[in-house]
Design a protein. Sequence first.
Length: 270
Amino acid sequence: MKKEKHVLAWTITVVLILITGISVVVVHRASRENNIRMARQARLDRRLDRRIAHQKRLQKKAMRQNIQWNQPSMTIPYPNVSREMKRQTTILARAQKKKGSAQRTYLRKKLNRDNRHTVWLLVSTKRQRVFVMEGPYPVYTMYASIGKNYQNGTKQNETVLGFAHITRRGGQFFDPQLNQGTSGWLIYSTGQSQGQIKSIPLSQKGHPLKRGLWRFGSTKLSKKHNHRNNGAIYVSVPDAQWLSRNIKPGTQIIVNDYQSDSIAQYWNQF
């Protein structure tokens, strides 16, 4: 009997040692694999940061000095986004066939702003810029004239801020009631409000109206400037034409003034 108890105790001890050894090996292997993944991600993050910094330097170098209402903001050609816009349009069409969480998951996976192919717009009211983005990379920077949202201002004069998407677009247009027109325009919606990006106001003959509105990129804002903008995001005539021809409905857009922590990761790039 004692011999059987001794054998049982010895067997239990051996089993416990084996289990402990296996556990140590498993934990060690998991820790090693986790360290490898973290090191790989760190390398990817450093590579991404270097590429973003390089892209920023290129953008800054190519910015046109003393921008005018009838000039593109940069001295380099506009980016070719037609292929990506076609892909995104196909994705949006397929998403319409899905419902609820399945649709949101599909769009989040396919149109993620971290995806290096996804085209979206980032508007900085503080920097007075419109950035055309491909994933995390700025591929074109536009000077903008954006009104400041004063606390006691009227809704009519406020720039619509937040996460949004383009809902409509159009080319040259003249409103006889307002006696002004535009060379191109985009309408974006946050769900509760709508905003617009368009060229500076033009006469029926295509001449600029309201002198001073095409001082793009100036951060010296006033209530008078804000009233003249009437809540719109103004860009130069060529920039507005390019946006209206190339940026399709469904494209994501973020309009912010640096006060939202939820998109700090994007502002840090600029």
